[in-house]
Design a protein. Structure first.
Length: 304
């Protein structure tokens, strides 16, 4: 049996994929081997460290459920999600900037009438969101589905709560843009919040003394026919975590000034109770193709 040295072993593993039928799969696997082997050599990885890494990845997989994706969370906090996003959206050409999907897009996005309060049962300061979807020249895009979702006033998404299975979704919905490309809804003012720290990813964050906080934001997924799907957040201006988002997802263009208002009515003419907040944001879509991501719950159903 041939005795492999450090470098000969790497070359042999790379050659083992030479007959892979799919050229792209072959390239990805061989590059992965190069990077992994180089990491082991550069760090003089010990058996104990290797075993810890295997255990960590095992526990990460075990933490995943149809409504929680711990591997996406791991990818997010290591900056991999934003790097993948960056290399796939290098040329925006004036289109709205993208950011990470996040681990809480679960697919309970029902078509909802404009003006609906999607957080009607939740406490918190009220907010009115008015938005518009256009092409790069400002032409309105009608009949475009827009999914929205965000955390509550305590920093939790609906799918993180025990009541989710019986009470269903909140603070998430789907709107269809009108003839002028507009959609609007009521909700509560989101707050900054920590990513889940009850799993191996949270364990890593705590042990490395990083904070676990994300700045306040609302998620949007716009999927207009004939345009590239847009996955993004709109962040609240003034949030103290804008410059240190644990998943590195903030971009200047995605920070919106939120106006505190005392008007007795909201922009749709309906009464407003107490002071309220106004978010205004316009989404510019880039022509092209692509598929919006399938929600995790749909994937779990398909795999079952």
């Amino acid at each position: 049996m041939r005795q492999f040295s450090e470098t000969e072993l790497t070359a042999a593993v790379i050659r083992s994929f030479d007959d892979t039928p799919d050229p792209r799969a072959k390239f990805l696997l061989q590059e992965l081997v190069k990077s992994l082997h180089d990491y082991v050599r550069r760090t003089d990885l010990t058996f104990e460290e290797w075993e810890y890494a295997i255990d960590f990845l095992t526990r990460t997989g075990q933490k995943c459920t149809p409504i929680r994706q711990e591997f996406i969370l791991l990818s997010d906090v290591l900056g991999v999600s934003m790097l993948v996003d960056a290399v796939n959206h290098r040329e925006r050409e004036g289109a709205t900037e993208t950011t990470v999907l996040g681990p809480f897009y679960v697919g309970e996005h029902k078509v909802t009438p404009h003006g609906t309060d999607i957080s009607a049962t939740l406490p918190g300061e009220r907010m009115f969101v008015q938005s518009r979807v256009t092409d790069l020249k400002g032409k309105p895009l009608a009949n475009a589905p827009v999914d929205v979702w965000h955390a509550d006033d305590d920093g939790f998404y609906d799918s993180q709560k025990p009541a989710y299975a019986t009470e269903g979704p909140s603070s998430r919905a789907r709107f269809i843009t009108d003839a002028d490309g507009r959609f609007f809804f009521r909700t509560i003012l989101p707050c900054s919040y920590p990513i889940p720290t009850d799993g191996p990813v949270g364990e890593m964050i705590v042990q490395t003394r990083r904070h676990a906080m994300r700045p306040a934001h609302v998620h949007f997924l716009v999927a207009a026919p004939g345009y590239q799907p847009l996955i993004t957040h709109v962040f609240m201006d003034g949030d103290k975590y804008l410059d240190s988002d644990v998943v590195f997802g903030v971009k200047d263009e995605l920070v919106a000034k939120i106006e505190k208002r005392t008007d007795p009515t909201m922009p749709d003419g309906k009464p407003a109770a107490a002071p309220w907040h106004l978010m205004t944001y316009e989404f510019r879509m880039k022509p092209g193709e692509g598929s919006a991501p399938k929600p995790m719950m749909a994937k779990a159903t398909e795999d079952a």
